[in-house]
Write a protein that binds this ligand. Structure first.
Ligand code: GAR
Length: 200
């Protein structure tokens, strides 16, 4: 399996995926990092790890559809048919998502379907939730939506600061995302009517 990561920011999830590939614990090739943000730190991480990376500037395209068409052309040219979103903060066009049915994965810092969208963790914390967590799911045409692959809950204990919560969420993400991609690469995820069965 040859896959690409799409990311817009810091890239800690990208890096754990890359390191899992390198150590052999994900049986796949991470062929490319694509970013919509010129100065995203994730691009530096890719260069440090000597993984090909490319910035695709949204301002060079008239609309989302044209941008995603260019993305698709790059992925096709590179022979990539699986995509992992890792803090990719652009909404994908329906056409793009339809081209990769159950072949785009996303990680989200909440227990979906609660708190989709941006600032999810902060909104859960401010809301006074006693439990939150992390979701890895296949991507459908709605934002932060689609068949759920793995979820891990996390208690928000009394007195926990937002920073402590964020650290815990990242620790969980860094376990959960490589595990989900590993299962996919090993052919162990089966989607049946929006439910994901895992053949362990
Ligand atoms: C992660 O917490 C991920 O769950 C979140 O962006 C962060 C990226 O961190 N994704 C979303 O909110 C998607 N809606 P990273 O750049 O350090 O990997």
């Amino acid at each position: 399996m040859k896959f690409a990561v799409l990311a817009s920011g810091n890239g800690s999830n990208f890096e754990v995926l890359a390191r899992s590939v390198r150590s052999g614990s994900i049986p796949a090739e991470l062929a490319l990092l694509l970013s919509d943000k010129k100065n995203a730190y994730v691009r530096q991480r890719a260069r440090n790890l000597q993984i090909p990376e490319q910035w695709l500037n949204p301002q060079d395209f008239p609309d989302r559809r044209a941008y995603d068409q260019a993305l698709k052309e790059i992925l096709t040219r590179e022979g990539i048919d699986f995509v992992a979103l890792a803090g990719y903060m652009r909404i994908l066009s329906a056409e793009f998502v339809r081209s990769y049915p159950n072949k785009i994965m996303n990680i989200h810092p909440a227990l979906l379907p609660s708190f989709p969208g941006t600032d999810s963790l902060y909104r859960a914390y401010r809301h006074g939730c006693k439990v939150t967590g992390v979701t890895v799911h296949f991507v459908d045409e709605q934002v932060d939506h689609g068949p759920i692959i793995l979820q891990q809950p996390l208690l928000i204990t009394p007195g926990m600061t937002y920073e402590e919560l964020e650290t815990r969420v990242h620790e969980i993400e860094h376990q959960l995302y490589p595990h989900a991609v590993r299962l996919y690469a090993a052919g162990k995820l089966l989607v049946k009517k929006n439910h994901v069965e895992i053949a362990e």
